[in-house]
Design a protein around this ligand. Sequence first.
Ligand SMILES: [Zn+2]
Ligand SMILES: [Zn+2]
Length: 176
Amino acid sequence: MKISIKDITSLPDQSKKFSGTCDVQEFSYLGSSFSINHIEPFDVVLSMIGTGKLHIAFSTKATIVGACDRCLSEVSFEVPVVADETVQVSEGQVVTDDDIGPYPFVDGEEIDVDELILNEILVNFPAKILCQDDCKGICPVCGKNRNIVDCGCDDTVLDPRMAQFLDVFNSVKEVK
Ligand SMILES: [Zn+2]
Ligand SMILES: [Zn+2]
């Protein structure tokens, strides 16, 4: 959703509450696609600090669905979404910060709530997405999901340098 800041910026020290929505359904992160399945109901509060500053705040939780990093099965997880931004405003417009450039969540006279949500999701994204802490992953030999079947394949993958060393070791043994 986008919220116009036109009204609030003419009301010094006042706040306005808006019932928040998220219009983003899909996004990609580090080459994988995810979907936002659910977002807890939340309010977006815009507050003027004096006449020159606008504070944007909301807090919710998003339920994300994606693939397990190891076995690729579908995983659902929650990510906190807490937006807390203060921007300078002048004549109903957000003033671009000279140091950091235009705000990605500002679109003309509107605050782009979706952009803020997405940003918070990415900031709080889990480092690893696993269906379970001890997910056994997919067998590199037969491609089966090892959480479901114990295929029993020998998947001892050797470091090529180690393999070379073993070759030498074995040939030395043969000589003896
Ligand atoms: Zn898994
Ligand atoms: Zn296997």
